[in-house]
Write a protein that binds this ligand. Structure first.
Ligand SMILES: *[C@@H]1O[C@H](CO)[C@@H](O)[C@H](O)[C@H]1NC(C)=O
Ligand SMILES: *[C@@H]1O[C@H](CO)[C@@H](O)[C@H](O)[C@H]1NC(C)=O
Ligand SMILES: *[C@@H]1O[C@H](CO)[C@@H](O)[C@H](O)[C@H]1NC(C)=O
Ligand SMILES: *[C@@H]1O[C@H](CO)[C@@H](O)[C@H](O)[C@H]1NC(C)=O
Ligand SMILES: *[C@@H]1O[C@H](CO)[C@@H](O)[C@H](O)[C@H]1NC(C)=O
Length: 605
């Protein structure tokens, strides 16, 4: 007895002592500190895809995983923790990308946010928790020929991902969502708004007054998202819940079989064996001075570098359209013409209204230092207040009906959305000027998002002045290069204008900002769209899934690469053949959760 309790005491002391050490031991800043172990899997990228793979594959204690993340650790990235600071993410946590000149936008070069920090874009994005529609996933199943991607089949992966969490202010959420479509047993936290906005009741009253596309929707995550509802977001109490804080949380990153190296920029995957086996990865921690290092996986290399990074690494490696690669001086190794093609994104147009001077909006948080100081104190001390939420409170997902679509020029019977329950457009409503530095006054924001864009662009290498694996690639989402895209977005702006004309806003809204106030005709509104748009940062498609044996696409539906390549899968949003009709984060978690299952199945893990 005595001996046992002494042993228990010692092991308790040891675990107390070693826990904090172990908790940080698996995060490495220098490659030289990595242990000399042989890795079963090397994961390229520590974003949504990579963090999920790291977590799930190391559930088996005999599987060794190395994650190579290009950016720094999220530990000291303060702005990534405070949900309301989403508009103030420092450039050091982004890739600093801009698009090529966009012909549909008067040749503007648009900033293109991508996370350069552990957690990837889930550490810097707007946190929207939107699964997409049932039609979206059923279309993936149909287009890939794999029923495993159908809506019904992926429910288990949404459940593994989701840990539904009470909001920071503990308010009664009855009637604000449908508990029966949510999971409380997953890994990443999601929640309703934890801070009341004075605009909230006005928004829902406007919905009642107008009806139609603004009818109340209890829970847009049930597969049939159309209507006006409360935003659900990846927030855990007062903190952003990213792939890094959840899937790489302390209890996971401390696993002895998981090693995460930050500041590790991957240049190429390397051919290691006979045929087209690519189980090596080349990287450096200093892109100017090197050295280039290489490491290889005994089982698979898992590319999760994202919609921009993944095709860039493939092209760097000689995998892509062979004639293109030759033309830029890269020896082609595997001809896969779809690499970097079909980039599909969702543009957004900012619509702003000045509202009455005594309106209770969130603008003062970034207009008056003492308001920000108070909000910071509240966030620090109680985990409540205006900083625990995203700036968006409600969303409307809506469609254009068949008559409206044919009026916009689509042939009868043609739909750009995946099916009848699927939106073409979205309005995102915020109680203030969504900006790191709002101008004086009180504001209302409605961003209109084209979630059914048909424009298709590309990611190619920038080889001006010679090849450099680490130079930012050329990103061309080809915004508004189809008739549908510009006209549909024009209709979204009209819908936003109609929304603020609801009776409840009569004595609230003063006037629209800029040329939105005077844009009345179709031509004027289209001009407004072309001059006031950006990206929602929802790119997909640059390494698309397609059926086994198809002449196009980059991966099979089990995420293994085509072209006879062995030892490589792609597990990120670049594999979506179409955009989901909503924000891409939750669907990307599903790619990664199912991807992890497929990999475990292959290796009996
Ligand atoms: C790493 O381990 C292998 C055997 O597992 C050994 O052959 C090799 O010399 C070791 N390398 C270093 C740098 O210790
Ligand atoms: C983006 O720019 C910031 C400085 O403005 C820098 O710290 C960061 O490393 C850059 N990101 C990349 C991927 O180069
Ligand atoms: C959420 O926050 C709580 C309290 O800080 C923490 O204990 C928990 O681990 C977090 N959950 C997730 C999924 O990050
Ligand atoms: C782009 O995607 C479509 C399917 O949406 C496919 O038919 C086409 O071949 C793809 N193009 C390339 C270059 O991969
Ligand atoms: C389509 O929407 C328009 C409003 O834009 C409406 O007038 C028309 O009745 C709708 N058509 C159908 C078939 O629902």
């Amino acid at each position: 007895m005595k001996f046992q309790s002494l042993a228990a005491h010692i092991s308790l002391v040891l675990s107390l002592l070693s826990l904090p050490l172990a908790a940080s031991a698996a995060l490495y800043k220098n490659a030289a500190d990595l242990p000399n172990v042989s890795y079963d899997f090397i994961v390229v990228g520590g974003g949504v895809g990579g963090s999920v793979l790291a977590n799930r594959l190391t559930e088996n204690p005999s599987t060794n995983v190395l994650v190579l993340e290009g950016g720094p650790s999220n530990e000291d990235a303060f702005e990534t923790k405070v949900p309301f600071f989403v508009t103030r993410i420092p450039a050091q946590y982004t890739w600093n990308y801009t698009t090529t000149p966009q012909v549909g936008m008067h040749n503007a070069e648009v900033p293109f946010a991508r996370g350069f920090v552990l957690g990837g874009s889930s550490s810097i994005n707007g946190m929207f928790y939107t699964r997409g529609s049932s039609d979206d996933f059923d279309r993936y199943a149909e287009v890939t020929g794999d029923s495993g991607w159908s809506w019904n089949n992926v429910q288990t992966y949404f459940a593994k991902n989701e840990k539904w969490t009470p909001p920071a202010d503990g308010h009664d959420t009855t009637g604000q969502y449908d508990p029966s479509v949510h999971s409380t047993t997953g890994i990443n936290s999601y929640s309703l708004s934890g801070h009341h906005q004075a605009l909230d009741p006005l928004v829902f009253q406007a919905g009642q007054e107008l009806g139609g596309i603004f009818d109340f929707k209890l829970d847009y995550n049930d597969g049939t998202p159309l209507g006006l509802g409360w935003l659900q977001a990846a927030i855990n109490g007062s903190h952003r819940s990213s792939a890094a804080t959840s899937y790489l949380g302390p209890q996971f990153i401390s696993r002895p079989n998981l090693h995460v190296l930050v500041n590790a920029r991957v240049s190429r995957i390397l051919q290691t064996g006979a045929g087209s086996t690519f189980q090596g990865v080349e990287y450096t921690q200093d892109i100017n001075n090197g050295p280039l290092r290489s490491v290889s996986a005994t089982k698979e290399v898992l590319l999760a570098a994202g919609v921009i990074g993944t095709p860039q690494i493939l092209l760097n490696s000689g995998i892509g359209d062979s004639s293109y690669l030759s033309s830029v001086g890269i020896p082609p190794l595997v001809n896969l013409p779809s690499v970097g093609r079909n980039l599909t994104d969702q543009p957004t147009t900012g619509c702003l209204w000045n509202v009455r001077a005594d309106a209770d909006t969130f603008d003062p948080v970034f207009q008056e230092q003492n308001v920000l100081d108070d909000a910071m104190d509240e966030w620090n001390e109680d985990g409540t207040g205006p900083l625990v939420v995203t700036p968006i409170g409600e969303v409307v997902f809506f469609r254009l009906n068949e008559t409206e679509r044919t009026n916009l020029g689509l042939p009868a019977g043609v739909d750009t959305a995946a099916g009848p329950n699927t939106p073409h457009l979205e309005l995102a409503i915020g109680n203030g000027f969504v900006s790191p530095a709002p101008p004086p006054g009180r504001w209302l924001t409605i961003s209109t998002n084209l979630v059914s864009a048909t424009s298709r662009g590309s990611v190619t290498l920038d080889t001006t002045g010679g090849f450099n694996a680490f130079r930012a690639p050329l990103i061309d989402p080809a915004f508004y290069t189809t008739d549908w895209d510009i006209k549909a977005m024009r209709e979204a702006v009209k819908a936003a204008k109609r929304f603020v004309s609801a009776p409840v806003f009569q004595n609230y809204v003063v006037e629209a900002l800029g040329t939105l106030a005077t844009a009345e005709t179709d031509e004027e509104i289209e001009e407004y769209v072309r001059s006031n748009s950006g990206t929602t940062a929802h790119p997909v498609g640059t390494a698309s899934m397609s059926p086994k044996g198809a002449q196009w696409g980059v991966v099979d539906p089990d995420l293994k690469m085509k072209g006879g390549i062995k030892g490589v899968r792609i597990v990120d949003a670049s594999v979506f053949p179409y955009n989901p009709s909503m924000h891409t984060m939750a669907p990307t978690y599903v790619i990664a959760e199912r991807g992890a299952d497929l990999i475990k199945g292959t290796w009996n893990l």
